[in-house]
Design a protein. Structure first.
Length: 187
């Protein structure tokens, strides 16, 4: 299946994923992330502000702050993602594509090297670490320069046998769904 067809199929599936099922799956994902050694060992965490069809990991923001972790969010700038540290809920504004983004007038811009864990959304994932984004390559360009651990965050219904990959697509070594963590073998 080609990327445009897979995107269309995933959007169709996600549109039919019930609100109650989505909420329960999101809660399970948050529990798995928060209770994991991966989270516990990380001090500087990049989260995302979810679109309506993405796992809602919003509770992790307050959990991270309460644990003394520094929290970062992506902001679309031109064709790239910039990372900004967010220290309180009032530091967001509606940005590109209707997504909440850090307000750069209230948040410090950080280096890509600052976060040591990035939680990454997408439309489809496979167990080899393949990720299908929304087609603009923002996260792939971000991941090229990211030296920390990146975890794909998605619902089980977004799992496919194989995501079609191109040269610029970045593989993930960690995946998390409502069923828990999956570590992609290297090599």
């Amino acid at each position: 299946m080609e990327k445009p067809e897979l995107r269309q199929n995933m959007r169709w599936l996600l549109a039919r994923f019930g609100d109650n099922e989505q909420a329960a799956a999101s809660e399970a994902i948050v529990r798995h992330i928060h209770s994991s050694p991966i989270w516990q060992q990380s001090s500087f965490i990049l989260l995302y502000a979810p679109l309506p069809e993405e796992p809602d990991i919003s509770p992790l923001f307050q959990m991270a702050l309460a644990a003394g972790k520094r929290v970062f969010y992506p902001k679309i700038s031109g064709s790239d993602i910039h990372v900004h540290e967010v220290t309180e809920p009032g530091q967001f504004k509606t940005g590109a594509f209707g997504v909440n983004e850090p307000d750069e007038t209230k948040c410090r811009r950080a280096a890509l090297s600052e976060p040591d864990l990035a939680i990454v959304p997408g439309l489809a994932f496979d167990l080899r670490g393949g990720r299908l984004g929304r087609g603009r390559g923002y996260y792939d360009r971000f991941l090229m320069g990211f030296s920390g651990r990146a975890a794909g965050c998605f619902f089980n219904i977004q799992k496919v046998d194989a995501v079609p990959l191109e040269a610029q697509d970045q593989l993930l070594r960690l995946l998390v769904t409502e069923d828990g963590w999956h570590v992609v073998p290297t090599g």
